[in-house]
Design a protein around this ligand. Structure first.
Ligand SMILES: Nc1nc2c(ncn2[C@@H]2O[C@H](COP(=O)(O)OP(=O)(O)OP(=O)(O)O)[C@@H](O)[C@H]2O)c(=O)[nH]1
Length: 237
């Protein structure tokens, strides 16, 4: 059965609160917008990670995602407000053709496996290849070994996963959507890396399909600057 894609999209659009570790805001004013993906095998906790990040609580009775779900949050990264537009994709193979259509132009991704399931870890190379091929070769990826709270059932060591991350030039953290440990940090770390690449000129927000857009706040600052400083890269410092 093939349903139109829009039927799969569930919104998490919540009011952006002032304060908190991420420093979110009431208004929709932000410096940058980054498109993010959450990818990885079924049952690894992708939806729970997104829910924990946005609502700061564990999603009880999470069921398999059908297609994609959507969440959005404004965070403060290195003095810049960044709106993260996050697509949580289904891990089940039968939704792969739908989820793949959401990869295009993503700036960042959380690649999730379950530390208690070697099977989910063994699939990482396929997910990584998909992300780099379908989103962008420059996509900034953070590997998340989720369910860190289930250490007694661990099947994948921290060391081997960190070696995998190093070999594949991606960042790495172990997370727990249940306790919230490192969940926000994963999104912030990935966002920080994207911002650094914008600053260094490695990523160009003006490039089509970069997954990055200037927000109102950023554009306002550019137009206020003297003519000789109107280089978008200068706005990130
Ligand atoms: N103990 C523990 N359980 C978790 C954690 N994260 C998720 N779970 C459980 O793992 C199961 C799958 O979580 P989901 O978030 O639905 O997994 P998913 O990756 O979104 O799955 P798909 O939508 O099928 O791709 C659920 O039973 C969750 O309660 C975690 O950090 N710790």
């Amino acid at each position: 059965m093939i349903l139109p894609v829009r039927h799969f999209v569930v919104g998490y659009l919540l009011p952006h609160r002032e304060g908190g570790a991420a420093g979110t805001k009431m208004s929709e004013s932000y410096d940058f917008l980054f498109k993010f993906l959450v990818i990885g095998a079924a049952g690894t906790g992708k939806s729970c990670i997104l829910h924990q990040f946005i609502e700061s609580k564990f999603k009880q009775d999470s069921s398999h995602t059908i297609g994609v779900e959507f969440g959005s949050k404004v965070v403060n990264v290195g003095g810049k407000s960044v709106k993260l537009q996050i697509w949580d994709t289904a891990g089940q193979e039968r939704f792969r053709s739908v989820t793949r259509s959401y990869y295009r132009g993503a700036a960042g991704a959380l690649l999730v496996y379950d530390i208690t399931s070697r099977e989910t870890y063994n699939q990482l190379t396929n997910w990584l290849t998909d992300a780099r091929t379908l989103a962008s070769p420059n996509i900034v990826i953070i590997l998340c070994g989720n369910k860190k709270d289930l250490d007694a059932d661990r099947e994948v060591t921290f060391l081997e996963a960190s070696r995998f991350a190093q070999e594949n030039e991606i960042m790495f953290l172990e997370t727990s959507a249940l306790t919230g440990e490192n969940v926000e940090e994963a999104f912030l770390k990935c966002s920080r890396s994207i911002l650094t690449k914008i600053e260094s000129g490695e990523l160009d927000p003006d490039r089509m399909g970069s997954g990055i857009q200037y927000g109102d706040a950023s554009l306002r600052r550019i137009t206020r600057q003297p003519q000789q400083q109107r280089n978008p890269h200068c706005t990130c410092g």
